[in-house]
Design a protein around this ligand. Structure first.
Ligand SMILES: Cc1cc2nc3c(=O)[nH]c(=O)nc-3n(C[C@H](O)[C@H](O)[C@H](O)COP(=O)(O)OP(=O)(O)OC[C@H]3O[C@@H](n4cnc5c(N)ncnc54)[C@H](O)[C@@H]3O)c2cc1C
Length: 280
């Protein structure tokens, strides 16, 4: 099958894209890397009257940083992040996650912002960004910026806090200090496939970050606060022991086998905290 007919517009700024989204009242979609939208158009799961191409918008690939965060424009591709084309303030965690997304042809075009806005529950970036406590920044038709916490950005499968005319402009990722450790475990049937379960663990005592998360959970990723608290107390073994119990309650709507899969992913991520990064 091929896509239904649509109008095509290319914009110079993301605010222009937001204005066009508002003008067309829900009958248009922005086009970033096209790696999720392309197949949806071809399968006619999406039939927008207009595609708004944001790839050449001047502010699509912004990059800024201060002591606390690095702000990464929505348009950086998975491959660019994997290759270190932008500074990785997370001690190579972002590079590691990028390298596990799909395969290189998809990574060459797929964008950080496109992945977050698409909100596939099995996707990698939302799990990582929620896990690390990032903020997602969007621009509206009036030019106003809105900021969302990544761990509450996804409302459900393919649903986010973005309104009909907001365009995701950047992600503000907390900088990890040199002593920080992280673990990221993606369980997938084959390399290059979406995850069946994701475990994220990040411990940065210097910055007061101790966060643990289960991702690829059908809906929003699940922050495991009790396990994170044990990690904050520097008791990695207690954190490992807490995982299954917390998942049992926090993910009660998943069946037992899937809960076991999430617990495995999270425990593996926690165990990676003690492993030198180059061997993960
Ligand atoms: C074979 C295959 C395997 C894959 N495997 C994985 C995987 O293992 N892990 C993983 O995480 N992902 C995977 N993906 C998805 C891939 O990461 C996509 O790149 C990503 O989901 C979408 O990014 P995009 O830039 O291509 O967005 P597009 O396809 O252009 O857009 C996707 C959706 O988001 C909207 N959108 C895009 N950008 C913005 C923005 N800035 N603001 C607001 N809305 C926006 C679009 O309107 C559209 O609705 C896979 C894809 C394929 C085809």
């Amino acid at each position: 099958m091929k896509a239904a007919a649509f109008d095509y517009r290319r914009v110079e700024t993301l605010r222009d894209a937001a204005a066009l989204l508002a003008e067309t009242g829900g009958n248009s979609r922005v086009l970033a890397g096209g790696q999720s939208l392309g197949p949806m158009l071809n399968l006619r799961l999406a039939r927008p009257g207009m595609l708004i191409d944001i790839k050449r918008a001047a502010d699509f690939r912004s990059l800024a940083s201060d002591e606390g965060i690095i702000s990464i424009g929505a348009g950086w591709t998975h491959a660019e992040i994997e290759d270190g084309a932008i500074p990785d303030a997370t001690g190579a965690l972002m590079r590691f996650v990028a390298s596990g997304i799909a395969y290189r042809a998809v990574r060459n075009r797929g964008t950080l912002g496109g992945s977050l806005a698409h909100a596939d529950p099995a996707a990698d970036w939302i799990a990582l960004m929620a896990g690390i406590g990032a903020s997602i920044v969007a621009v509206g038709a009036d030019g106003k910026l809105a900021r969302f916490s990544a761990d509450s950005f996804v409302d459900g499968a393919y649903r986010t806090k973005l309104n009909e005319s907001q365009v995701l402009i950047a992600v503000e990722v907390p900088r990890l200090s040199a002593g920080a450790t992280w673990g990221y475990c993606k369980i997938a049937r084959k390399v290059g496939e979406f995850a069946s379960a994701i475990g994220v663990a990040i411990h940065d005592p210097q910055r007061g970050i101790a966060r643990v998360l289960a991702g690829a959970a059908d809906g929003p990723p699940v922050v495991l606060t009790q396990t994170g608290a044990r990690l904050r107390d520097k008791d990695a073994q207690a954190a490992v022991t807490a995982v299954a119990d917390e998942i049992e309650t926090a993910m009660a709507d998943h069946d037992k086998a899937r809960r076991a899969l999430y617990a495995t992913a999270v425990i593996r991520a926690l165990r990676q905290l003690n492993v030198p990064r180059e061997s993960i």
